[in-house]
Design a protein around this ligand. Structure first.
Ligand SMILES: C[S@@+](CC[C@H](N)C(=O)[O-])C[C@H]1O[C@@H](n2cnc3c(N)ncnc32)[C@H](O)[C@@H]1O
Length: 292
């Protein structure tokens, strides 16, 4: 039944009027998967049903094809930031459906959150030393440098994907005197410098709790006095597009509550009064702030 519904949607030129029907299909599939009515293999088969042309020409397909072998790669993130839509009319509307989900909206909001936080730092600092862990496309940085001309933001980006670094360097070509890109895996990374801000978004929600704690413990040694760690994480209590991400994007993340984030920071050795939780406008991405 659902398969037929989907096949008929894929075969025609859909419009925004079809969005509620797609929402319903996703919710049904998600519930059926949770209750064991269908299996992960059934979902895989449904996703294949979209056909190669669809998969090659939509953001949904990009997510499923994983050209860089992992979900949430720099290019997918940058397509979200730039509100990329397929030039082919039939598929453009599917990209519109993608962008209307609350998760991509939250990703776009976190770029704004990043810029606001950094701008506030310059109220008390003349020069800010930033470590940006898992910098991806680094569009957040490029926009900050473009907007805050002459600012003394000195950045070190730690990124494990060379393709991401190449892309980010091109985006930041006018700011490379203030940014260094370090090709490194944060689990193996060693650091001799100290930072005022250690920022990481779109990384810790891939980590289990053990890895989360281990990495923030590492960060502690890399902070200046009065430094701050800021970590983004999807919200366990609020992500209306979680089913879409998981069913049509195979994008599984460790969502966490505010309390869980606080607790992880405390297990890592930080005190309750050093911790606060921020959120972007959608409340889909939370930010764990830890101040020294
Ligand atoms: C979802 S993107 C987030 C990019 C960026 N922080 C943003 O919010 O726009 C995740 C990035 O983390 C990088 N990454 C994943 N695991 C990593 C690791 N262990 N060490 C460093 N970078 C990593 C990936 O290569 C990818 O570019």
């Amino acid at each position: 039944m659902i398969q037929e519904q989907l096949t008929s949607l894929i075969g025609k030129q859909i419009s925004t009027k079809d969005f509620p029907e797609i929402d319903k299909i996703i919710q049904t599939l998600s519930t059926d998967l949770k209750t064991g009515k269908i299996s992960k293999e059934d979902i895989d088969a449904l996703n294949k049903n979209f056909g190669q042309e669809f998969l090659d020409n939509t953001l949904q397909g990009f997510g499923l094809r994983k050209p860089y072998d992992y979900t949430g790669d720099f290019l997918m993130i940058d397509k979200i930031y730039t509100y990329y839509k397929s030039p082919i009319k039939k598929y453009e509307i599917w990209d519109e459906y993608f962008h209307r989900q609350s998760a991509p909206k939250a990703v776009r909001n976190r770029k704004e959150y990043f810029k606001t936080i950094l701008k506030e730092k310059f109220e008390s600092y003349q020069e800010v030393h930033l470590m940006n862990v898992a910098s991806g496309p680094a569009r957040d940085l490029a926009e900050f440098y473009d907007q805050e001309k002459g600012c003394q933001l000195i950045t070190s980006c730690i990124e494990s994907d060379e393709h991401a670094i190449k892309y980010a360097k091109a985006l930041n070509k006018n700011h490379l005197d203030k940014i260094q890109f370090v090709h490194s895996n944060i689990f193996k990374h060693r650091e001799k410098n100290k930072y005022d801000v250690i920022w990481s978004a779109g990384l810790f929600d891939y980590f289990n709790d053990k890895a989360f704690i281990m990495i923030i413990k590492k960060f502690k040694d890399w902070l200046n006095p009065n430094g701050e760690i800021i970590i983004g994480n999807f919200n366990e209590n609020y992500n209306p597009s979680r089913a879409y991400m998981e069913i049509f994007g195979e994008w599984y993340l460790h969502h966490r509550t505010e309390d869980q984030l606080r607790e992880l920071a405390q297990v890592a050795g930080f005190k309750a009064n050093q911790i606060h939780i921020g959120k972007e406008a959608q409340n889909v991405n939370l930010f764990l702030h830890i101040k020294m």
